[in-house]
Write a protein that binds this ligand. Structure first.
Ligand SMILES: [Zn+2]
Length: 471
């Protein structure tokens, strides 16, 4: 066998004490000198650089990275996809994939507090004794006072004490300190001498629920990080606040893979529109005007809700959401009258206005006036404003109905956002219509799916026009 030195590389590792070093001594093979790799070139030959040389490297980081890469491929996410989306809970609109580093922190903190408060006296004595020993050695004091121990655990700067070198005291209690800081938790001691954890204004007193409490706080932190992103916080705010909007993420069969992928992209504001294209390309688009109507800025709210050439399809989305509501009316309903999209005759007679609410249901005692609206999710306030606007629109009509029928009249707005946000007030509507609790949950899921499909149809119609224009 003959080597070709020009095609070979040397990767020489050694140890200096407990620290790994790179041996850069020249290396000759078959008479030729072989190039010696430096530390930063390893990844070219051994795969992606995972920062193995850094002190913070852990298997959890590597596995978390592998999981994210696989999920990116499964959901066809581009590289711009971000960490909070992967780790935020399903009810928040994220993918709910646990972050292994956070999981390790939660378990470590939970283990520490359970040991130091254990109901078994011997376990508690050993844990507290070891903690006191670590505090004494680290802070170089003769006695570990309670306040000093809490300061130590909270990773507070220990003025006057050398807290840098743990020496042989390194172990669970020294590892708990950075974990406490990372999770934003705070240790304190109760009057009964128990160690407890607080996070912000909340405190967990039940040790049995401690892990759940910490998981909840970790999820909230991911959600907050996601909402704080300037380009995604707005579109994510509504679906993340209303849990019913995200049930489709748990069911794999309600949307096709294409529809599902499109919806996630739309919620993450990653669709290729002129108003945001500058973020992803070096060349900023000269015009940001809608390529279809040529009148307004090409933004996602404009395309999905306001672009006039696709208004027929936008109206169809509204109608498909209404159909889901109509389908849920039980056949055994006692309603004597069910008007769909008809002029309210009583209001026309009394006020001479020809308003057409989507649905009027009347029985012997009560009249329900229901109107469907599919606003764009420009924050929670805009969803609420859309509901209030409908209420104000039909206030006179409800008054006329009360006078004409002498019955109780209720006005409801069934608001499902164009990105699938299900307004919490909607939950009362199927129940008012006499639909069972189980069926009303199905109505919420079907209405959200109808809105998703409708928005995807609007997008396809809008894109087909754009593509035709270019060819
Ligand atoms: Zn337009």
């Amino acid at each position: 066998m003959k080597f070709k030195p020009a095609k070979c590389r040397v990767l020489a590792l050694g140890f200096k004490g407990s620290r790994s070093i790179v041996d850069s001594a020249p290396f000759r093979l078959d008479g030729g000198e072989v190039r010696v790799l430096d530390r930063d070139s390893f990844w070219r030959y051994l795969g992606k650089n995972m920062g193995w040389e850094s002190a913070g490297f852990s298997v959890a980081i590597y596995v978390a990275w592998i999981i994210r890469t696989l999920v990116k491929a499964e959901f066809r996410r581009p590289n711009r996809a971000f960490q909070p989306f992967f780790h935020a809970g399903l009810t928040s609109g994220g993918l709910g994939i646990p972050n292994l580093c956070c999981e390790a922190d939660v378990l470590k903190l939970s283990q520490a507090i359970k040991m130091v408060n254990s109901t078994d006296p011997s376990v508690r004595a050993v844990a507290r004794g070891r903690l006191a020993l670590v505090v004494r050695r680290t802070c170089r004091v003769s006695e570990a006072l309670e306040t000093l121990t809490v300061e130590f655990l909270n990773c507070v700067s220990l003025t006057g004490h050398d807290s840098r070198a743990y020496g042989d005291a390194h172990g669970l209690w020294t590892e708990v300190r950075p974990v406490t800081k990372r999770l934003g938790a705070r240790w304190f001691v109760t009057e009964d001498g128990l160690y407890q954890l607080a996070q912000g204004a909340d405190c967990c007193q039940d040790l049995g629920r401690l892990t759940k409490f910490l998981h909840l706080k970790v999820n909230q932190r991911w959600k907050t990080r996601w909402m704080d992103l300037p380009d995604q916080g707005k579109t994510v705010e509504c679906p993340s606040r209303y849990g019913s909007s995200n049930r489709f993420l748990r069911s794999s069969n309600v949307l096709t893979a294409v529809e599902r992928s499109w919806m996630l992209k739309a919620r993450l504001n990653l669709l290729p529109l002129r108003s945001i294209r500058g973020r992803f390309r070096k060349r900023v688009e000269l015009s940001v005007v809608c390529c279809k109507c040529g009148q307004h800025t090409e933004t996602l709210p404009h395309v999905l809700n306001h672009c006039m050439p696709v208004m027929d399809i936008i109206t169809n989305r509204h109608n498909s959401v209404l159909e889901e509501l109509l389908d849920s009316i039980p056949s055994s309903s006692s309603s004597s009258r069910c008007d769909v999209d008809r002029v309210c005759e009583e209001h026309a007679r009394l006020a001479n206005r020809r308003l057409r609410p989507d649905l009027i249901l009347a029985d012997a005692r009560r009249v329900l006036v229901i109107d469907v609206v599919c606003p764009f999710e420009n924050g929670v306030a805009s969803m609420d404003a859309a509901v209030e606007l409908k209420h104000a629109k039909y206030e006179d009509l409800c008054h006329s109905l009360r006078l004409a029928t002498a019955k109780t009249v209720e006005m409801h707005t069934f608001a499902v956002g164009s990105l699938g946000s299900y307004h919490p007030r909607n939950l009362a509507i199927p129940r008012a219509m006499g639909v069972s609790l189980f069926e009303s949950r199905l109505v919420s899921e079907r209405a959200v799916v109808a809105s998703h499909r409708g928005s995807h149809r609007v997008w396809k119609a809008w894109c087909s026009f754009r593509d035709n224009e270019r060819t």
